[in-house]
Design a protein around this ligand. Structure first.
Ligand code: ANZ
Ligand code: ZN
Length: 845
């Protein structure tokens, strides 16, 4: 090859790959399927971003590696283009979201992703805003609704004043909106919820069987927040209640500290507050509650001092019999464990702070068993120990006491074991335009009625007034033609639900759609804004996403690659839906992704990329200037794929030089038939290293090993003839295969040159990307060097250093490399060879 010229080579190969459908997978015929999935992107800017390039390249390398390892890889792509992120961008640029998303998805795909030289199969592309896609999103809603897993209820929900919609708990980060960072308020609204809480234990238990990064599992465990403990009843001691046996329940993880409960606290929102506040305290309590309700959870949590107010009432500690005062305080959360706590100031930090502010008694009931002195400096001992000040339980270990106290409470009928979860139900309704309408109607006579499956999709009406209204209603509420409908049950007049589904519902099931979808049909439908309804029985429909034979072959997904930031959002929702699908009989497994790999993030000159800093890396420019191969390889060389790395402009030149050098060594006069043992060893070691590294997503070290190989073979120039400076055919083939996943274009070009192939006859089988991944010979890896004696007709003629364990063929080659041996062998015919491994070779001539 004359010169490394990516701008010529790359488009040529992409065109040929497309023409030969190189990366299209035969879903039905595949025998050894491997579903390699990358988290589909959402277009939220004019062009794709280097983060997309980075993430999609790593996933592509994995897919190519698996393909060369004999798997039939399905690697689809699509866009998560329905929902708030796209709509926010549409608002910003003043375009209708439909028109904008069509344009952006096309651009991302055709001008950007495709130029990366990826091996994604675009023939199964899905876009979540296509009516043919969201009819199934709606169908899923209906399924869950029928099964009692979707429910409309009044609840205090997170309201983002800037996005003008509710958010799920998972979409609130430290009190701020996950998208726009505005401080989230809380509002009492009627909303649709999916009952993910029913799956709390299932979600937890299965974490033990899936091959996911530990950090993601820990995030999910914490988010689900399972706490084992007890519910304990505290009888109300108050003249008002004296003849009724009323009590309040609290949740505690430490029933063993019950004797130390010296006060009682209610959340400001608790219905008990009103009942328990004595007349003389009404004003003060009223003021406190009003103030507390005006604060966000974030603001409440940030207060330095614990605040609160006495209600005037008392409850009775069920074991000590003591009357303890009831307070209202905003450190108690209404939505957890019943919204009340028993205050144990000696052993709970928050209770301790509260007791200090209000001068309440502190009774120590657990004594630390260890005499470590640093515990003295701690005011609150939260560990296990021996019970004191606890009546008949004194002297007992706290773990044992926990059980004993529980048994006693249960016998007396004033307590029971209990488990609480931090996980809340998933709020899925949004008061926005750009989403799948929730397929429910409200009838004057029949009440809440679900839209029949055959009527799906409930099409999102086209309108110019699609911007958020700022009220608690979606813009759809203003479209009369949409809102007014007839009841499917009684034929009377009815109104449609006007909220749309959370975008996280769209993205919670797309991996089921990919294999079932045949892209051409979808694209045709997209053109005419499809109105095709579900008319056949669903499971006979061509695009029914849950066809049993396809599920059986392709799902669960073998490998999922994506960002760790989705740990408790997308990655929890997908698991939940999959479990629900199994319970609904739609599928036969309960985890969507067997393996998950979390890639890192790219920074620019050490800083997070952002528009305001003006340090955004635009992939197009780099591809234009250096070619996709160099860009891909450079991105993967930045650091461990799981950790991310820092992008610097200067690094790309080095990568171009490396690829150019590969061209030189591979395209030299590849004559050397017998390789020296050092070179063989280097090759096998490189194969081992690259194989293991690519398998483990350690792409940067794999690239480093390839560079090292090239460098070393060039260095040895002085000691050998000129021909030796280039790779032998064997080395060249191995190099191209190992490099193919990283730099797919140049390796394809060189592979064809090496094989003298005619481009016109290019087929899958001739592509380097469909070759078998090289295997290394373990003998070269572990081998130590030994001295082999070379004899000719039983006489010592030389000694050579060889690797231990080599076979006779190699041993002969090495022996014949020795000058003096060659002299004695000249013009002689070898009759017989006697080979004693690691010791001797004797040529009988
Ligand atoms: C008495 C006690 C003594 C507690 C002690 C802890 C230590 P997790 O692990 O988060 O489940 N609690 C219960 N409901 C609460 C609410 N609505 N708002 C704020 N705090 C609440 O913690 C459970 C513990 O948090 C419970 O156990 C309770 O305090 C408190 F030495 O009860 B504990
Ligand atoms: Zn009706």
């Amino acid at each position: 090859m004359e010169k490394y010229n990516p701008s010529q080579i790359e488009p040529k190969w992409r065109k040929l790959w497309a023409e030969t459908k190189l990366y299209q997978t035969d879903i039905k015929a595949a025998k050894n399927p491997y579903y390699n999935l990358w988290m589909f992107p959402y277009p939220s800017g004019a062009r794709m971003h280097v983060g997309h390039a980075y993430a999609s390249t790593g996933a592509d390398i994995h897919g190519r590696f698996m393909r060369m390892n004999g798997r039939e890889v399905f690697q689809p792509m699509g866009f998560d283009a329905f929902g708030i992120h796209g709509e926010n961008y549409a608002i910003k640029v003043g375009r209708h979201p439909k028109e904008l998303m069509d344009e952006l998805c096309d651009r991302y795909r055709d001008e950007q992703f495709k130029r990366m030289g990826h091996g994604y199969d675009w023939s199964h592309e899905v876009r979540t805003y296509d009516a043919d896609y969201y009819k199934w999103t709606q169908w899923i809603f209906l399924k869950l609704y029928k099964y009692g897993l979707a429910e409309r209820k009044k609840a205090s929900v997170n309201w983002c004043p800037s996005c003008k919609t509710v958010l799920a708990d998972e979409q609130v980060l430290c009190g701020s909106c996950e998208r726009c960072e505005a401080i989230v308020e809380s509002k009492e609204l009627k909303q649709w919820f999916f009952k993910i809480t029913k799956y709390a234990d299932h979600l937890l238990d299965n974490l033990q069987v899936i091959n996911w990064p530990q950090k993601i599992k820990v995030m999910q465990i914490n988010w689900i927040g399972r706490s084992e403990g007890a519910k304990i009843n505290f009888p109300i001691f108050n003249s008002q209640f004296s003849n009724k046996k009323e009590f309040i329940e609290v949740f505690t993880t430490r029933p063993d500290t019950l004797f130390g409960a010296t006060f009682f606290v209610l959340a400001p929102e608790s219905e008990w507050v009103d009942k328990l506040t004595t007349n003389d305290r009404k004003r003060e309590v009223g003021n406190y509650v009003r103030r507390a309700k005006s604060l966000t959870m974030q603001q409440r949590a940030q207060q330095k001092e614990k605040t609160g107010v006495f209600t005037g009432s008392y409850v009775v500690n069920p074991v000590s019999g003591e009357e303890i005062p009831v307070y209202v305080a905003d450190y108690v959360l209404f939505e957890y464990g019943g919204g009340a706590v028993m205050g144990v100031p000696a052993h709970d930090q928050r209770d301790h702070e509260f007791a200090r502010s209000f001068d309440l008694p502190v009774v120590e009931v657990i004594s630390s068993d260890s005499s470590v002195s640093d515990q003295i400096s701690q005011e609150v001992y939260a560990g296990e120990g021996t019970l004191i000040n606890s009546g008949q339980f004194n002297g007992m270990n706290s773990v044992e006491a926990r059980k004993k106290i529980m048994t006693m409470l249960e016998e007396k009928g004033c307590g029971k074991e209990d488990v609480q979860y931090k996980l809340r139900d998933w709020c899925i309704s949004r008061q926005r335009y750009w989403g799948a309408p929730i397929p429910i109607i409200y009838c004057e006579k029949c009440g809440e009625v679900s839209v029949p499956e055959g009527e799906l999709p409930v099409l999102l009406p086209d309108t110019e007034d699609w911007r958020p209204t700022g009220t608690e209603e979606s813009p759809l509420a203003a479209i009369e033609g949409f809102v007014n409908t007839t009841c499917h049950q009684c034929g009377g007049s009815a109104k449609r639900e006007t909220d749309v589904c959370d975008t996280f519902l769209d993205s919670a099931w797309y991996y089921y759609a990919y294999p079932a979808y045949a892209g051409q049909r979808i694209i045709a439908n997209r053109e005419r804004i499809t109105t095709n309804k579900i008319s056949l029985p669903v499971d006979e429909m061509e695009d029914y996403p849950f066809q049993p034979d396809i599920l059986k072959k392709w799902l669960p997904v073998d490998m999922y690659v994506g960002g760790a930031e989705h740990a408790v959002l997308h990655l929890m929702y997908t698991r939940f839906l999959t479990m629900a699908f199994q319970d609904l009989g739609i599928i036969g497994f309960d985890e969507p992704f067997e393996r998950f790999f979390a890639h890192g993030l790219i920074t620019k000159d050490g800083a997070k990329m952002s528009k305001s800093k003006g340090n955004i890396v635009n992939p197009d420019e780099y591809i234009e200037k250096y070619g996709a191969d160099a860009f891909r390889t450079y991105l993967m060389f930045l650091g461990p794929y799981g950790a991310g790395g820092d992008f610097t402009d200067s690094g790309l030149n080095g990568m171009v030089r490396f690829l150019r050098r590969v061209c030189e060594v591979v395209c030299g006069d590849v004559k050397a038939e017998s390789l020296s043992k050092e070179r063989l060893r280097l090759m096998h070691r490189t194969v081992k290293k690259v194989t293991e590294d690519v398998r483990d997503f350690s792409f940067n070290t794999a690239i480093a090993a390839l560079m090292e190989w090239v460098k070393k073979s060039q260095k040895s120039e002085e000691n050998r003839s000129v021909e030796d400076n280039t790779f032998s055919r064997e080395e060249a083939e191995v190099m191209l295969k190992l490099l193919a996943p990283f730099a797919p274009h140049i390796t394809e070009e060189l592979w064809q040159l090496l094989n003298g192939s005619d481009v016109k006859q290019f087929t899958k089988h001739r592509s380097v990307h469909f070759q078998d991944w090289p295997v290394y010979d373990p003998a070269f890896i572990k081998a130590k060097e030994v001295t082999m004696v070379v004899q000719v007709n039983g006489k010592l003629r030389g000694k050579v250093e060889v690797l231990s364990g080599i076979d006779e063929g190699r041993a002969r080659e090495y022996a014949l490399q020795n000058e003096s041996v060659r002299k004695f062998m000249q013009n002689k015919k070898v009759k017989r060879v006697i080979y004693v491994p690691d010791k001797l070779i004797n040529f009988v001539v």
